[in-house]
Design a protein around this ligand. Structure first.
Ligand code: NAD
Length: 490
Protein backbone atom coordinates (compact mmCIF):
# COMPACT_ATOMS: atom_id res chain seq x y z
CA UNK A 1 0.00 0.00 0.00
CA UNK A 2 1.38 3.45 -0.86
CA UNK A 3 1.02 6.41 1.49
CA UNK A 4 -1.64 8.93 0.42
CA UNK A 5 -0.32 11.99 -1.44
CA UNK A 6 -0.20 14.82 1.08
CA UNK A 7 -2.37 17.84 0.27
CA UNK A 8 -0.77 21.14 -0.72
CA UNK A 9 -0.84 24.34 1.29
CA UNK A 10 -0.27 27.18 -1.17
CA UNK A 11 0.57 30.84 -1.12
CA UNK A 12 -2.28 33.31 -1.49
CA UNK A 13 -1.54 36.38 -3.61
CA UNK A 14 -3.86 39.02 -5.01
CA UNK A 15 -7.02 37.08 -4.21
CA UNK A 16 -5.87 33.67 -5.55
CA UNK A 17 -4.02 30.59 -4.40
CA UNK A 18 -0.81 30.27 -6.40
CA UNK A 19 -0.28 26.97 -8.26
CA UNK A 20 2.18 25.01 -6.05
CA UNK A 21 5.61 24.17 -7.37
CA UNK A 22 7.08 20.82 -6.20
CA UNK A 23 10.64 22.17 -6.65
CA UNK A 24 9.87 24.62 -3.85
CA UNK A 25 7.91 22.28 -1.60
CA UNK A 26 8.62 21.43 2.02
CA UNK A 27 6.89 19.05 4.43
CA UNK A 28 4.42 19.99 7.13
CA UNK A 29 4.87 17.50 9.97
CA UNK A 30 2.27 16.45 12.53
CA UNK A 31 4.25 16.78 15.79
CA UNK A 32 2.00 14.26 17.54
CA UNK A 33 3.10 11.43 15.22
CA UNK A 34 6.08 12.76 13.28
CA UNK A 35 4.23 12.00 10.01
CA UNK A 36 3.99 14.35 7.03
CA UNK A 37 0.46 15.71 6.74
CA UNK A 38 0.88 18.28 3.96
CA UNK A 39 3.30 19.84 1.49
CA UNK A 40 3.87 23.57 1.65
CA UNK A 41 4.90 25.82 -1.23
CA UNK A 42 7.83 28.03 -0.16
CA UNK A 43 7.57 31.54 -1.60
CA UNK A 44 10.77 32.78 -3.22
CA UNK A 45 11.69 36.45 -3.59
CA UNK A 46 9.71 36.93 -6.86
CA UNK A 47 6.48 35.64 -5.28
CA UNK A 48 6.98 37.76 -2.16
CA UNK A 49 7.46 40.73 -4.48
CA UNK A 50 4.19 39.90 -6.26
CA UNK A 51 2.41 39.73 -2.90
CA UNK A 52 3.75 43.10 -1.74
CA UNK A 53 2.83 44.70 -5.08
CA UNK A 54 -0.68 43.27 -4.88
CA UNK A 55 -1.00 44.66 -1.37
CA UNK A 56 0.20 48.10 -2.51
CA UNK A 57 -2.44 48.13 -5.25
CA UNK A 58 -5.13 47.21 -2.72
CA UNK A 59 -4.33 49.99 -0.24
CA UNK A 60 -5.97 53.01 -1.93
CA UNK A 61 -9.35 51.32 -2.40
CA UNK A 62 -9.46 49.51 0.92
CA UNK A 63 -8.28 52.49 3.00
CA UNK A 64 -10.90 54.69 1.31
CA UNK A 65 -13.66 52.19 2.14
CA UNK A 66 -15.87 53.63 4.91
CA UNK A 67 -14.99 52.31 8.37
CA UNK A 68 -18.49 50.87 8.74
CA UNK A 69 -18.00 48.70 5.63
CA UNK A 70 -14.51 47.65 6.65
CA UNK A 71 -15.66 46.58 10.10
CA UNK A 72 -18.58 44.70 8.55
CA UNK A 73 -16.08 42.61 6.58
CA UNK A 74 -14.40 41.76 9.88
CA UNK A 75 -17.72 40.79 11.48
CA UNK A 76 -18.57 38.56 8.50
CA UNK A 77 -15.12 36.96 8.79
CA UNK A 78 -15.86 36.17 12.45
CA UNK A 79 -19.17 34.58 11.50
CA UNK A 80 -17.55 32.55 8.69
CA UNK A 81 -14.86 31.22 11.04
CA UNK A 82 -17.68 30.10 13.33
CA UNK A 83 -19.38 28.37 10.37
CA UNK A 84 -16.13 26.57 9.47
CA UNK A 85 -15.04 26.19 13.09
CA UNK A 86 -14.13 22.49 12.93
CA UNK A 87 -12.07 22.97 9.75
CA UNK A 88 -9.99 25.58 11.54
CA UNK A 89 -9.66 23.30 14.57
CA UNK A 90 -8.53 20.41 12.36
CA UNK A 91 -5.95 22.56 10.51
CA UNK A 92 -4.53 23.92 13.76
CA UNK A 93 -4.36 20.47 15.35
CA UNK A 94 -2.70 18.92 12.26
CA UNK A 95 0.07 21.54 12.40
CA UNK A 96 0.63 21.69 16.18
CA UNK A 97 -0.61 18.40 17.66
CA UNK A 98 -2.38 20.38 20.39
CA UNK A 99 -5.48 18.86 22.02
CA UNK A 100 -8.70 19.60 20.09
CA UNK A 101 -10.27 20.82 23.32
CA UNK A 102 -7.68 23.61 23.52
CA UNK A 103 -7.89 24.44 19.81
CA UNK A 104 -11.65 24.85 20.21
CA UNK A 105 -11.73 26.72 23.50
CA UNK A 106 -8.73 28.97 22.98
CA UNK A 107 -7.16 29.17 19.52
CA UNK A 108 -10.13 29.28 17.17
CA UNK A 109 -12.49 30.92 19.67
CA UNK A 110 -9.98 33.73 20.13
CA UNK A 111 -9.69 34.25 16.37
CA UNK A 112 -13.43 34.94 16.29
CA UNK A 113 -13.09 37.28 19.27
CA UNK A 114 -10.18 39.12 17.65
CA UNK A 115 -12.23 40.01 14.56
CA UNK A 116 -15.24 41.14 16.63
CA UNK A 117 -13.20 43.09 19.18
CA UNK A 118 -11.16 45.03 16.65
CA UNK A 119 -14.27 45.75 14.57
CA UNK A 120 -15.74 47.34 17.74
CA UNK A 121 -12.52 49.18 18.68
CA UNK A 122 -12.02 50.71 15.25
CA UNK A 123 -15.72 51.55 14.78
CA UNK A 124 -15.70 53.45 18.09
CA UNK A 125 -12.35 55.20 17.62
CA UNK A 126 -12.31 58.98 17.92
CA UNK A 127 -9.67 61.55 17.01
CA UNK A 128 -7.55 63.61 19.36
CA UNK A 129 -8.37 67.33 19.17
CA UNK A 130 -7.30 70.41 21.15
CA UNK A 131 -8.41 74.06 21.19
CA UNK A 132 -5.24 76.13 21.56
CA UNK A 133 -5.42 79.64 23.06
CA UNK A 134 -3.36 82.17 21.10
CA UNK A 135 -2.20 85.68 22.09
CA UNK A 136 -4.86 88.33 21.41
CA UNK A 137 -7.79 86.04 22.19
CA UNK A 138 -7.64 84.02 19.02
CA UNK A 139 -7.65 80.23 18.96
CA UNK A 140 -6.39 77.38 16.85
CA UNK A 141 -8.08 74.05 16.35
CA UNK A 142 -5.68 71.11 16.37
CA UNK A 143 -6.85 67.71 15.36
CA UNK A 144 -5.25 64.47 14.26
CA UNK A 145 -6.26 62.48 11.21
CA UNK A 146 -5.27 58.84 11.49
CA UNK A 147 -4.24 57.16 8.24
CA UNK A 148 -3.31 53.52 7.71
CA UNK A 149 0.40 52.70 7.48
CA UNK A 150 -0.14 51.09 4.04
CA UNK A 151 1.28 47.59 3.57
CA UNK A 152 1.99 45.78 6.83
CA UNK A 153 4.20 42.69 7.01
CA UNK A 154 2.79 40.28 9.61
CA UNK A 155 5.20 37.61 10.87
CA UNK A 156 3.99 35.10 13.43
CA UNK A 157 5.26 32.01 15.28
CA UNK A 158 3.94 28.47 15.62
CA UNK A 159 2.69 28.25 19.19
CA UNK A 160 -0.76 29.90 18.83
CA UNK A 161 -0.76 30.33 15.05
CA UNK A 162 -4.30 31.51 14.30
CA UNK A 163 -4.77 33.40 17.56
CA UNK A 164 -1.60 35.46 17.07
CA UNK A 165 -2.19 35.95 13.35
CA UNK A 166 -5.72 37.31 13.77
CA UNK A 167 -4.60 39.47 16.72
CA UNK A 168 -2.59 41.43 14.14
CA UNK A 169 -4.53 40.96 10.89
CA UNK A 170 -7.88 42.08 12.36
CA UNK A 171 -6.77 45.53 13.59
CA UNK A 172 -4.45 46.07 10.60
CA UNK A 173 -7.30 45.48 8.14
CA UNK A 174 -9.85 47.39 10.24
CA UNK A 175 -7.54 50.42 10.13
CA UNK A 176 -7.44 50.25 6.31
CA UNK A 177 -4.08 48.56 5.73
CA UNK A 178 -3.29 45.69 3.38
CA UNK A 179 -1.26 42.83 4.84
CA UNK A 180 1.28 40.28 3.68
CA UNK A 181 1.37 37.47 6.18
CA UNK A 182 4.27 35.05 6.76
CA UNK A 183 3.11 32.26 9.05
CA UNK A 184 5.62 29.99 10.74
CA UNK A 185 7.01 27.26 8.51
CA UNK A 186 5.78 24.81 11.19
CA UNK A 187 2.15 25.96 11.07
CA UNK A 188 0.98 27.12 7.63
CA UNK A 189 -2.55 25.67 7.67
CA UNK A 190 -4.85 28.19 9.33
CA UNK A 191 -3.38 31.24 7.57
CA UNK A 192 -4.36 29.61 4.25
CA UNK A 193 -7.90 28.85 5.49
CA UNK A 194 -8.24 32.42 6.69
CA UNK A 195 -7.54 33.58 3.11
CA UNK A 196 -10.69 31.76 1.95
CA UNK A 197 -12.75 33.19 4.78
CA UNK A 198 -11.62 36.78 4.22
CA UNK A 199 -12.30 36.53 0.48
CA UNK A 200 -15.79 35.15 1.21
CA UNK A 201 -16.34 37.94 3.74
CA UNK A 202 -15.85 40.47 0.94
CA UNK A 203 -12.27 41.63 1.51
CA UNK A 204 -10.94 42.96 -1.81
CA UNK A 205 -8.21 41.02 -3.64
CA UNK A 206 -4.71 41.99 -2.51
CA UNK A 207 -5.68 43.20 0.97
CA UNK A 208 -4.69 39.85 2.55
CA UNK A 209 -1.82 37.83 1.11
CA UNK A 210 0.01 34.81 2.53
CA UNK A 211 3.59 33.84 1.72
CA UNK A 212 4.91 30.60 3.20
CA UNK A 213 8.46 29.70 4.08
CA UNK A 214 11.29 30.14 6.55
CA UNK A 215 13.15 33.13 8.00
CA UNK A 216 16.67 34.00 6.88
CA UNK A 217 17.17 33.65 3.12
CA UNK A 218 13.50 32.72 2.68
CA UNK A 219 10.04 34.31 2.69
CA UNK A 220 10.51 35.98 6.12
CA UNK A 221 13.62 37.86 5.13
CA UNK A 222 12.39 38.59 1.58
CA UNK A 223 9.32 40.20 3.13
CA UNK A 224 11.01 42.29 5.82
CA UNK A 225 13.71 43.43 3.36
CA UNK A 226 11.15 44.46 0.72
CA UNK A 227 11.12 48.22 0.05
CA UNK A 228 7.34 48.12 -0.50
CA UNK A 229 6.36 47.44 3.12
CA UNK A 230 5.41 50.29 5.43
CA UNK A 231 5.65 48.53 8.81
CA UNK A 232 6.35 45.17 10.43
CA UNK A 233 4.42 43.52 13.21
CA UNK A 234 6.30 40.51 14.53
CA UNK A 235 5.73 37.87 17.19
CA UNK A 236 8.53 35.41 17.81
CA UNK A 237 11.81 35.00 19.60
CA UNK A 238 13.91 37.92 20.83
CA UNK A 239 16.86 36.90 18.63
CA UNK A 240 14.69 36.94 15.47
CA UNK A 241 13.15 40.25 16.55
CA UNK A 242 16.64 41.77 16.71
CA UNK A 243 17.39 40.38 13.23
CA UNK A 244 14.15 41.82 11.79
CA UNK A 245 14.98 45.18 13.35
CA UNK A 246 18.37 45.19 11.60
CA UNK A 247 16.71 44.29 8.28
CA UNK A 248 14.18 47.14 8.38
CA UNK A 249 16.52 49.71 9.98
CA UNK A 250 17.94 51.16 6.72
CA UNK A 251 14.40 52.08 5.61
CA UNK A 252 13.31 53.30 9.10
CA UNK A 253 9.96 51.50 9.20
CA UNK A 254 7.81 51.18 12.35
CA UNK A 255 8.03 47.83 14.10
CA UNK A 256 5.94 46.19 16.78
CA UNK A 257 7.61 43.30 18.55
CA UNK A 258 6.01 40.70 20.82
CA UNK A 259 8.97 38.56 21.84
CA UNK A 260 10.05 35.92 24.31
CA UNK A 261 9.47 35.70 28.05
CA UNK A 262 10.90 34.14 31.19
CA UNK A 263 7.91 34.75 33.35
CA UNK A 264 7.71 34.54 37.12
CA UNK A 265 4.93 33.50 39.46
CA UNK A 266 5.16 34.67 43.06
CA UNK A 267 3.21 32.61 45.60
CA UNK A 268 2.80 34.08 49.08
CA UNK A 269 2.07 31.89 52.11
CA UNK A 270 -1.35 33.56 52.53
CA UNK A 271 -2.52 32.54 49.02
CA UNK A 272 -5.48 30.25 48.48
CA UNK A 273 -3.19 27.31 47.77
CA UNK A 274 -5.68 25.28 45.75
CA UNK A 275 -6.43 28.26 43.55
CA UNK A 276 -2.71 28.98 43.20
CA UNK A 277 -1.97 25.35 42.30
CA UNK A 278 -4.71 25.30 39.65
CA UNK A 279 -3.40 28.58 38.23
CA UNK A 280 0.23 27.40 38.29
CA UNK A 281 -0.67 24.13 36.57
CA UNK A 282 -2.18 26.10 33.71
CA UNK A 283 0.53 28.76 33.61
CA UNK A 284 3.41 26.26 33.53
CA UNK A 285 1.92 23.54 31.32
CA UNK A 286 -0.70 25.15 29.02
CA UNK A 287 0.06 24.41 25.37
CA UNK A 288 2.94 22.24 26.66
CA UNK A 289 4.61 25.36 28.03
CA UNK A 290 4.73 26.89 24.56
CA UNK A 291 3.00 30.19 25.32
CA UNK A 292 5.08 33.35 25.61
CA UNK A 293 3.16 34.06 28.85
CA UNK A 294 3.87 30.68 30.46
CA UNK A 295 5.54 30.60 33.86
CA UNK A 296 9.04 29.06 33.98
CA UNK A 297 10.09 30.53 37.37
CA UNK A 298 7.94 29.88 40.43
CA UNK A 299 8.99 31.76 43.59
CA UNK A 300 7.28 30.36 46.69
CA UNK A 301 7.30 31.74 50.23
CA UNK A 302 9.22 29.26 52.37
CA UNK A 303 6.36 28.33 54.74
CA UNK A 304 4.34 26.82 51.85
CA UNK A 305 7.20 25.71 49.60
CA UNK A 306 6.74 21.98 50.28
CA UNK A 307 2.93 22.23 49.84
CA UNK A 308 3.27 23.98 46.48
CA UNK A 309 6.09 21.71 45.26
CA UNK A 310 4.20 18.53 46.18
CA UNK A 311 0.85 19.83 44.92
CA UNK A 312 2.21 21.05 41.59
CA UNK A 313 4.13 17.80 41.01
CA UNK A 314 0.96 15.81 41.71
CA UNK A 315 -1.02 17.93 39.25
CA UNK A 316 1.75 17.64 36.64
CA UNK A 317 1.68 13.84 36.93
CA UNK A 318 -2.11 13.91 36.41
CA UNK A 319 -1.81 15.65 33.00
CA UNK A 320 -2.78 13.36 30.14
CA UNK A 321 -0.47 13.23 27.12
CA UNK A 322 -2.09 11.54 24.16
CA UNK A 323 -3.89 11.77 20.86
CA UNK A 324 -5.10 15.33 20.15
CA UNK A 325 -8.58 14.10 19.20
CA UNK A 326 -9.08 12.35 22.55
CA UNK A 327 -11.24 14.58 24.75
CA UNK A 328 -9.30 13.41 27.82
CA UNK A 329 -5.95 14.65 26.45
CA UNK A 330 -4.74 17.75 28.26
CA UNK A 331 -1.22 18.09 26.90
CA UNK A 332 0.19 17.84 23.39
CA UNK A 333 3.71 17.40 22.01
CA UNK A 334 6.38 20.05 21.48
CA UNK A 335 6.26 21.58 18.03
CA UNK A 336 9.18 19.67 16.47
CA UNK A 337 12.03 17.26 17.10
CA UNK A 338 14.44 20.20 16.92
CA UNK A 339 12.54 22.05 19.63
CA UNK A 340 12.40 18.92 21.77
CA UNK A 341 16.19 18.63 21.51
CA UNK A 342 16.43 22.21 22.80
CA UNK A 343 14.14 21.46 25.76
CA UNK A 344 16.02 18.23 26.47
CA UNK A 345 19.27 20.20 26.47
CA UNK A 346 17.90 22.49 29.18
CA UNK A 347 16.75 19.47 31.19
CA UNK A 348 20.31 18.10 31.04
CA UNK A 349 21.71 21.51 32.05
CA UNK A 350 19.32 21.66 35.01
CA UNK A 351 20.50 18.28 36.27
CA UNK A 352 24.16 19.25 35.78
CA UNK A 353 23.48 22.40 37.83
CA UNK A 354 22.28 20.21 40.72
CA UNK A 355 18.50 20.31 40.22
CA UNK A 356 16.25 17.82 41.95
CA UNK A 357 13.73 16.58 39.38
CA UNK A 358 10.36 16.53 41.16
CA UNK A 359 8.62 15.01 38.17
CA UNK A 360 9.22 14.41 34.45
CA UNK A 361 12.55 15.31 32.90
CA UNK A 362 12.47 13.06 29.86
CA UNK A 363 10.72 11.67 26.82
CA UNK A 364 7.64 9.55 27.59
CA UNK A 365 6.84 6.25 25.88
CA UNK A 366 3.23 6.70 24.79
CA UNK A 367 2.72 3.93 22.24
CA UNK A 368 -0.49 4.29 20.16
CA UNK A 369 1.53 5.39 17.10
CA UNK A 370 2.76 8.50 18.93
CA UNK A 371 6.39 7.60 19.56
CA UNK A 372 7.55 9.31 16.36
CA UNK A 373 6.15 12.56 17.77
CA UNK A 374 8.07 15.21 19.71
CA UNK A 375 6.75 14.55 23.20
CA UNK A 376 8.30 15.69 26.47
CA UNK A 377 7.15 15.08 30.03
CA UNK A 378 5.82 17.89 32.22
CA UNK A 379 8.88 18.69 34.32
CA UNK A 380 9.55 20.48 37.62
CA UNK A 381 12.88 21.29 39.24
CA UNK A 382 13.91 22.42 42.71
CA UNK A 383 17.41 23.19 43.92
CA UNK A 384 18.26 25.76 41.22
CA UNK A 385 18.78 29.47 41.80
CA UNK A 386 18.60 32.53 39.55
CA UNK A 387 22.14 31.97 38.24
CA UNK A 388 21.36 28.65 36.48
CA UNK A 389 20.88 28.86 32.70
CA UNK A 390 17.51 27.01 32.73
CA UNK A 391 16.30 29.75 35.13
CA UNK A 392 17.70 32.64 33.09
CA UNK A 393 16.95 31.57 29.49
CA UNK A 394 13.58 30.97 27.84
CA UNK A 395 13.09 27.20 27.44
CA UNK A 396 9.57 27.39 25.91
CA UNK A 397 8.58 23.93 27.10
CA UNK A 398 6.61 22.24 29.91
CA UNK A 399 9.19 23.05 32.57
CA UNK A 400 9.55 25.27 35.64
CA UNK A 401 11.99 25.81 38.48
CA UNK A 402 10.58 26.27 42.00
CA UNK A 403 12.65 28.58 44.19
CA UNK A 404 11.92 29.59 47.83
CA UNK A 405 11.89 33.16 49.21
CA UNK A 406 11.33 34.73 52.63
CA UNK A 407 10.26 38.36 52.20
CA UNK A 408 8.18 40.38 49.74
CA UNK A 409 11.23 42.51 48.83
CA UNK A 410 13.23 39.40 48.06
CA UNK A 411 10.41 37.99 45.89
CA UNK A 412 10.18 41.20 43.85
CA UNK A 413 13.96 41.32 43.39
CA UNK A 414 14.10 37.67 42.29
CA UNK A 415 11.19 38.02 39.86
CA UNK A 416 12.70 41.16 38.29
CA UNK A 417 16.17 39.62 38.00
CA UNK A 418 15.81 38.81 34.28
CA UNK A 419 16.55 40.30 30.87
CA UNK A 420 12.92 39.65 29.86
CA UNK A 421 9.79 41.54 30.93
CA UNK A 422 6.63 40.03 29.52
CA UNK A 423 4.33 38.71 32.27
CA UNK A 424 4.10 37.80 35.95
CA UNK A 425 1.47 36.41 38.28
CA UNK A 426 1.11 37.05 42.00
CA UNK A 427 -0.82 34.74 44.32
CA UNK A 428 -1.99 36.18 47.66
CA UNK A 429 -5.17 36.79 49.66
CA UNK A 430 -3.84 40.22 50.71
CA UNK A 431 -5.07 42.45 47.90
CA UNK A 432 -3.00 45.43 49.01
CA UNK A 433 0.07 43.29 48.63
CA UNK A 434 -1.29 41.94 45.35
CA UNK A 435 -1.53 45.45 43.87
CA UNK A 436 1.83 46.50 45.34
CA UNK A 437 3.76 43.50 44.03
CA UNK A 438 1.98 43.47 40.64
CA UNK A 439 2.89 47.14 40.14
CA UNK A 440 6.51 46.45 41.13
CA UNK A 441 6.87 43.77 38.44
CA UNK A 442 8.88 45.03 35.46
CA UNK A 443 6.59 43.42 32.88
CA UNK A 444 3.93 44.28 30.32
CA UNK A 445 1.18 42.31 32.07
CA UNK A 446 0.94 41.34 35.76
CA UNK A 447 -1.89 39.16 37.03
CA UNK A 448 -3.13 38.81 40.62
CA UNK A 449 -4.74 35.47 41.52
CA UNK A 450 -5.21 34.54 37.88
CA UNK A 451 -3.24 33.94 34.69
CA UNK A 452 -3.90 34.43 30.96
CA UNK A 453 -7.11 36.38 31.60
CA UNK A 454 -7.17 38.95 28.80
CA UNK A 455 -9.43 41.81 27.85
CA UNK A 456 -8.44 42.37 24.23
CA UNK A 457 -8.98 46.12 24.62
CA UNK A 458 -6.10 46.42 27.09
CA UNK A 459 -2.50 47.01 26.00
CA UNK A 460 -0.33 43.94 25.54
CA UNK A 461 3.42 43.65 25.05
CA UNK A 462 6.69 43.40 26.90
CA UNK A 463 9.73 45.21 28.23
CA UNK A 464 13.43 44.45 27.78
CA UNK A 465 14.04 41.39 25.60
CA UNK A 466 10.26 40.75 25.58
CA UNK A 467 9.45 43.37 23.01
CA UNK A 468 8.86 46.83 21.76
CA UNK A 469 5.55 48.69 21.70
CA UNK A 470 2.09 47.49 22.65
CA UNK A 471 -0.86 46.04 20.74
CA UNK A 472 -4.47 45.55 21.85
CA UNK A 473 -7.36 48.05 21.86
CA UNK A 474 -6.22 51.62 21.18
CA UNK A 475 -2.58 50.52 21.23
CA UNK A 476 -3.23 48.49 18.06
CA UNK A 477 -5.02 51.40 16.49
CA UNK A 478 -1.99 53.58 17.20
CA UNK A 479 0.47 51.09 15.72
CA UNK A 480 -1.51 50.40 12.54
CA UNK A 481 -2.09 54.10 11.75
CA UNK A 482 -0.03 57.27 11.40
CA UNK A 483 -1.53 60.57 12.60
CA UNK A 484 -1.34 63.83 10.67
CA UNK A 485 -1.84 66.82 12.95
CA UNK A 486 -3.92 69.50 11.23
CA UNK A 487 -3.68 72.95 12.85
CA UNK A 488 -6.26 75.55 11.80
CA UNK A 489 -5.95 79.12 13.05
CA UNK A 490 -9.45 80.38 13.76
P1 NAD B 1 11.02 32.50 15.68
O1 NAD B 1 11.56 33.83 16.07
O2 NAD B 1 11.98 31.41 15.38
O3 NAD B 1 10.08 32.63 14.41
C1 NAD B 1 8.98 33.50 14.37
C2 NAD B 1 8.65 33.82 12.93
O4 NAD B 1 9.71 34.59 12.36
C3 NAD B 1 8.50 32.59 12.03
O5 NAD B 1 7.45 32.83 11.12
C4 NAD B 1 9.84 32.53 11.33
O6 NAD B 1 9.81 31.87 10.09
C5 NAD B 1 10.14 34.00 11.15
N1 NAD B 1 11.56 34.33 10.96
C6 NAD B 1 12.64 33.66 11.45
N2 NAD B 1 13.78 34.30 11.08
C7 NAD B 1 13.41 35.38 10.36
C8 NAD B 1 14.12 36.42 9.70
N3 NAD B 1 15.46 36.49 9.72
N4 NAD B 1 13.42 37.38 9.05
C9 NAD B 1 12.06 37.35 9.04
N5 NAD B 1 11.33 36.38 9.63
C10 NAD B 1 12.00 35.41 10.29
O7 NAD B 1 10.03 32.09 16.86
P2 NAD B 1 9.24 30.73 17.03
O8 NAD B 1 10.22 29.68 17.48
O9 NAD B 1 8.39 30.51 15.84
O10 NAD B 1 8.26 31.11 18.26
C11 NAD B 1 8.61 30.98 19.59
C12 NAD B 1 9.02 32.33 20.16
O11 NAD B 1 7.96 33.27 20.01
C13 NAD B 1 9.28 32.26 21.67
O12 NAD B 1 10.43 33.02 21.96
C14 NAD B 1 8.05 32.92 22.27
O13 NAD B 1 8.22 33.48 23.54
C15 NAD B 1 7.74 33.96 21.25
N6 NAD B 1 6.35 34.39 21.36
C16 NAD B 1 6.07 35.64 21.86
C17 NAD B 1 4.75 36.06 22.02
C18 NAD B 1 4.41 37.42 22.57
O14 NAD B 1 3.25 37.83 22.42
N7 NAD B 1 5.32 38.12 23.18
C19 NAD B 1 3.72 35.21 21.65
C20 NAD B 1 4.02 33.94 21.16
C21 NAD B 1 5.35 33.55 21.01
Amino acid sequence: MTAPTPRWISNFVDGHFVEPDERQGFDAIDPATGLVHARVHEAGAPLVDRAVRAARRAVPGWSATPVRERTEVLRRAAALIEERFEEFVAAEVADTGKPVTQARELDVARAVANFRTFADVVAAAGQESFMTDLPGGRQALNYAVRKPLGVVAVIVPWNLPLLLLTWKVAPALACGNAVVVKPSEETPGTAALLAEVLADAGLPAGAYNVVHGFGSGSAGEHLTAHPGIDGVTFTGSSATGAQVMRTVAPRVRPVSFELGGKNAAVVFADADLDEALDGLTRSVFANTGQVCLCTERVYVQRAVFADIADGLAERARALRLGRPADAATTTGPLISQAHREKVRGYAALAEQAGATVLTGGGVPALGDGLDGGSWFEPTLWTGLDNTARPVREEVFGPVAALIPFDTEEEAVALANDTAYGLAASVWTRDLRRGHRVAQAMEVGVAWVNTWFLRDLRSPFGGMGLSGLGREGGDASLHFYTEPTNVCVQL
